[in-house]
Design a protein around this ligand. Sequence first.
Ligand code: UDP
Ligand code: MG
Length: 318
Amino acid sequence: MAKKNLVSLVVPVHNEMNAIDLFIEKLHAVIAVLKQKYRFELVFVNDGSTDATERLIMGYARKLPWISLINLSRNFGKEAALSAGIKHAKGDAVIPMDVDLQDPPEVIEQMLIHWQSGAKIVNACRASRDQDSRLKRISAAAFYKIFNLLADRPIPSGVGDFRLLDREVVNAILTIGERSRFNKGLFSWVGFETVEISYERPARSSGETHWSYWKLWKLACDGIFASTTMPLRIWTYIGLIMTLVSIMYSGFLFFRTLIFGVDVPGYTSTVILILIFGGMNMFALGIIGEYVGRIYIEVRKRPLYIVRSVYQHSETET
Ligand code: UDP
Ligand code: MG
């Protein structure tokens, strides 16, 4: 009999000691059924947890050979942690998941069915955002709108990191050397045959989200600046239009002064123009700064994350 396909579940964790037991329990139930057809490995990436997360996972990893643990040297953020996990995963298919059961393990079965029928990527799209606050829903919708307007490769709204990636796709992703990682953008950038399934996203099993609005804003900026140079190029057009308008207005002022003489009042319009142009200049400089900063990060070529230790059994078995 041919060897069963190996499926890697990659789970970044940061201070999640209360979520782990339940996650493994649920996963066990799902995997018990799928075990006949597939082998599984569970790769936890401990993203600099300061609570008992590491100890807890180690307890499981010692008992269950299919669980492995990668410890990062500090908190590098979810995107970096996920990249670490994807790199270490050995599966023929890789599925990134959250530990808080917001990515329900039951969906895995469906993903695998689509994978078996040839899909290289199976996106899990959340059917609704009922669990989210109004502000989060509106800001998420705005982000996807703006992102997809600007970026060359659109990303499907409602699809997080929870998806199945075939080995071919994973290998393609691993060739991407960039440091400011926006995984969602990369997953869709690589292409390949993609299928979408939908699921109901439940509330967090325990604890609180790590994403404050400020962090989400930064992630959104990272996503946009990493995926498109449109914000840079747009200034060429704005500048061009402004120059044309200015030339016409200057001509108008010149002839008006010639014909009607010097007109002293005009403080308001002068100040308004200075303020508008000053503001726009600063804004444009800021955007250039965003890119220069990212170029700096790229050329420094620091590693994306640092692995402190890896714990895994030599032979991955279910
Ligand atoms: N996470 C991580 N590093 C961080 C923040 C979060 O590895 O710096 C993990 C976290 O433990 C969880 C997943 O990323 O497994 C998703 O985090 P969270 O549930 O807070 O995000 P949300 O579901 O609210 O988008
Ligand atoms: Mg979550």
